[in-house]
Design a protein around this ligand. Structure first.
Ligand code: GDP
Ligand code: MG
Length: 315
């Protein structure tokens, strides 16, 4: 379906899901007019609460996200889910797997689900995901849940992008050491001990509490919450939703919370700057780049000088 720019803008304002899907695709494909439309809809954004859900593969993120989405739906909220999978940009295997597992949610047409491939050149969450978040926000979704596999960069990136970061842990995997190593302690606003039906949940809960008590306390600081869930039955999902709600209020009502939102915007601008700078620098200089690569290969030029040449204004 072909929409004019104005039809896209109006469709987003109405929360029309076909238009939402179309605009996300246009943004994902880097179609220039998507940017114009995104500019026009930006004033509508800032109302949604973005929840990042991260954790090791198999921790139960998709199952949990499904339960959280249904809980929010039951409370009358409009929910969107973005499933980001950095490991399979082309095969679609993992994406299909997630679609199938989230089938409960898919049956509910009022929950919007979209799989995103991370095609970000710098790793982590791609600009396409940031665009999708913005579009969903403008379209009137109250909650945007972003599931990422917790591997390195994506994990850190989700914190820079999400208002609330949920870290999903599972008992009995030598977790406390994992937590310290991965720097998870610093990024989580809410810890979810999923698979609480398994042995070791008490131990993990205690370890987490001790680790958190060691972290420096500040008056204005958010104290990370610890909740337990059995995502397969939905047990504990209500508590997680309540916890996110508290965190959302903290973000909206504290100086630190405002700082966090400013940080998210700064991160988004820097991501965009990176992309636009690269695009502008290379667009007219593909031939020069090729030549410089060849020159570097011959060791006639070094990569630093090559960058300087690329950045020099063309005559
Ligand atoms: N026993 C148990 N299994 C769970 C629980 N939550 C998820 N699972 C199972 O763990 C597996 C991985 O779940 P999934 O949501 O795909 O994990 P993800 O890779 O983190 O998205 C699936 O077989 C789920 O049914 C739970 O609370 N208890
Ligand atoms: Mg998953």
């Amino acid at each position: 379906m072909n929409f004019s720019d104005q039809e896209l803008i109006d469709g987003i304002a109405r929360g029309d899901l076909r238009v939402v899907a179309r605009l996300i695709t246009l943004a994902e494909n880097g179609v220039p007019r998507a940017r114009a439309v995104q500019r026009a809809i930006f004033p509508r954004t800032g109302k949604a609460h973005v929840v990042g859900v991260t954790g090791a593969p198999g921790a139960g993120k998709s199952t949990l996200v499904d339960q959280l989405a249904r809980t929010w739906r039951a409370r009358g909220k409009k929910v969107a889910i973005l499933a980001v999978d950095p490991t399979s940009p082309f095969s679609g295997g993992a994406i299909l797997g997630d679609r199938i597992r989230m089938n409960h949610t898919s049956e509910d047409p009022s929950i919007y689900i979209r799989s995103m491939a991370t095609r970000g050149s710098l790793g982590g969450l791609s600009k396409a995901t940031l665009d999708a978040i913005q579009i969903l926000d403008a379209a009137g979704f109250d909650l945007i849940l972003v599931e990422t596999v917790g591997v390195g960069q994506a994990e850190v990136d989700i914190v820079r992008t999400a208002d609330t970061c949920l870290v999903v842990l599972v008992p009995g995997m030598g977790d406390s050491v994992q937590i310290i190593k991965a720097g998870i302690l610093e990024i989580a606003d809410l810890f979810v001990i999923n698979k609480a039906d398994r042995e070791g949940a008490d131990l993990l809960h205690r370890d987490l509490r001790i680790l958190l008590s060691l972290a420096e306390a500040g008056t204005d600081r958010w104290e990370p919450l610890i909740t337990r869930t059995i995502a397969t039955t939905g047990e504990g999902a209500g508590e997680v939703v309540d916890g996110v709600q508290s965190h959302s209020e903290w973000i909206r009502n504290s100086a630190r919370g405002k700082e966090k939102r400013l940080g998210i915007l700064e991160h988004n601008i820097i991501q965009l700057l990176t992309e636009v700078t690269l695009e502008r620098t290379l667009s007219s200089k593909r031939d020069l780049l090729k030549k410089l690569v060849a020159d570097c290969y011959e060791r006639k030029v070094d990569p630093y000088s090559a960058v300087e040449q690329l950045l020099a204004p063309s005559i």
